[in-house]
Unconditional design. Structure first.
Length: 336
C-alpha cells in the first residue's frame, strides 16, 4: 500500500499547467486500490507570502476544491483536506525546526530561487523561509512514502528526507522517508500561452479549468506562434510555437499533428487554422470538466462540507502520528 500526499496553494483557480503537471496524475493514482491518496489545500503555505491579504487565500479555497472535483478527484476514495484545519501540522513543524539549521534552509535552492523571484530581499517572512520544514510536517504527518513533485521541488523533498533521517536517528524509527514521484519527461511544466516560461497565475498567461468556452477560444486565438510567419504561404517554425506545443500535449491524432507540422514548416498553413484545431482539441477534453465544475458550483455549502469531513479524517491520521512522535521524543508527559 502506498500513501501519497500532494496539494496546491489556494491563490487562484487551477489552470492547464496544474492539470498536466499533477491533477491528471492524481486521478490515475486514485484509481489504483493500492494507493491511499491525501490531497491538501495548502492555505497555510499560501499565507507565508499572503499574510496581509488573507482574503486572497480564503476566497480560493472553494475554487481549488471545485477544480479538484471537476477533474475527477473523488472524496470517497481520496482524503481532501484544508491544511490549516490540521493543528498537528504546526506542532510537528516546531519539533522539526529544532533539527534543521538556518544555514541548511538558506542553502535550499528552491527557497533561494523563490526569495529572489518574489524580491523579498531581507524582508523575507520567517514563515516563508522555513516552509520546507512545514512541508516535511505535511508529508510525515500522513506517513506518505510517495510525493509527486516537479523537478524544481526536488530540493524540498530532499530536505524532508533529511528531517526524517535526523528524527529517526535522534529519537526512534517513527517517520517514513518519502520518495519523489517525478512527472514524465516533458510533462512536468506547461508553457504559458505567451510562450514565456511556465503557465502561471502571476504572469497572467494561463488557460483555467473554469474558463468558459468563449474565453478559452479567445486565449487560444491570442497564443504565441511564429512572429515571422506573417503570411499563410510563409514557412513557419514549429519549435517554440505554443499552438504546436499544446497540440503535442493534448492532441490524440498524432499522425494528423505531424502532417500539420510539415505543412506549417513548408508554408501554406495559416495560424488561424491550427488555432481552431487546437480549440477543438481542448474543448473535447475540458468541456466535460467545465460542466462538472459548474454542477458542483451550484452547491458550495456541500463542497465545503466535503472539505470539512475530509479535514476531520485527516486530523485523525495526523493526531496518531503526532502521538507517536511525542512518545519517541519522551514528551508525552500525561499519557496513560
Amino acid at each position: 500500500m502506498n500513501t501519497i500526499l500532494t496539494g496546491d496553494r489556494p491563490t487562484g483557480k487551477l489552470h492547464l499547467g496544474h492539470y498536466v503537471g499533477s491533477l491528471k496524475k492524481r486521478v490515475e493514482m486514485q484509481a489504483d486500490p493500492d494507493n491511499q491518496l491525501f490531497v491538501m489545500v495548502a492555505d497555510m503555505q499560501a499565507l507565508t507570502d499572503n499574510a496581509k491579504t488573507p482574503e486572497k487565500v480564503s476566497a480560493n479555497i472553494l475554487e481549488v476544491a471545485l477544480d479538484y472535483l471537476a477533474v475527477g478527484i473523488d472524496p470517497a476514495k481520496t482524503t481532501l483536506f484544508i491544511q490549516s484545519q490540521i493543528p498537528q501540522l504546526s506542532e510537528l513543524t516546531m519539533y522539526y525546526l529544532n533539527l534543521v539549521s538556518v544555514a541548511r534552509v538558506r542553502r535550499n535552492p528552491t527557497v533561494k530561487a523563490e526569495i529572489e523571484q518574489k524580491k523579498f530581499g531581507e524582508g523575507v517572512p520567517s514563515g516563508f523561509f522555513i516552509y520546507p520544514v512545514s512541508q516535511a510536517a505535511d508529508i510525515t504527518a500522513f506517513k506518505a512514502n510517495l510525493v509527486p513533485v516537479g523537478e524544481d521541488q526536488k530540493p524540498m523533498l530532499e530536505q524532508a528526507q533529511e528531517i526524517v533521517h535526523s528524527f529517526n536517528s535522534t529519537y526512534q524509527e517513527v517517520l517514513i522517508e518519502p520518495k519523489a514521484v517525478l512527472p514524465p519527461k516533458g510533462m512536468g511544466r506547461l508553457a504559458g500561452i505567451d510562450g514565456n516560461g511556465k503557465m502561471s497565475k502571476s504572469l497572467n498567461n494561463g488557460i483555467y479549468l473554469a474558463d468558459p468556452a468563449d474565453v478559452l477560444q479567445k486565449k487560444v486565438m491570442s497564443m504565441y506562434t511564429d512572429p515571422n510567419h506573417i503570411h499563410v504561404n510563409d514557412p513557419g517554425q514549429v519549435e517554440g510555437n505554443m499552438v504546436f506545443t499544446y497540440l503535442d500535449v493534448f492532441g490524440t491524432e498524432k499522425e494528423k499533428i505531424a502532417d500539420l507540422k510539415d505543412q506549417y514548416r513548408q508554408g501554406g498553413l495559416g495560424d488561424v487554422k491550427i488555432k481552431r484545431y487546437l480549440i477543438d482539441v481542448l474543448e473535447a477534453e475540458f468541456a466535460p470538466i467545465r460542466a462538472r465544475r459548474e454542477d458542483f458550483a451550484k452547491d458550495p455549502a456541500a463542497v465545503m462540507d466535503l472539505l470539512k469531513k475530509g479535514s476531520q479524517q485527516a486530523e485523525k491520521v495526523a493526531a496518531q502520528t503526532l502521538s507517536e512522535v511525542k512518545k519517541a521524543m519522551g514528551i508525552n508527559y500525561f499519557a496513560q
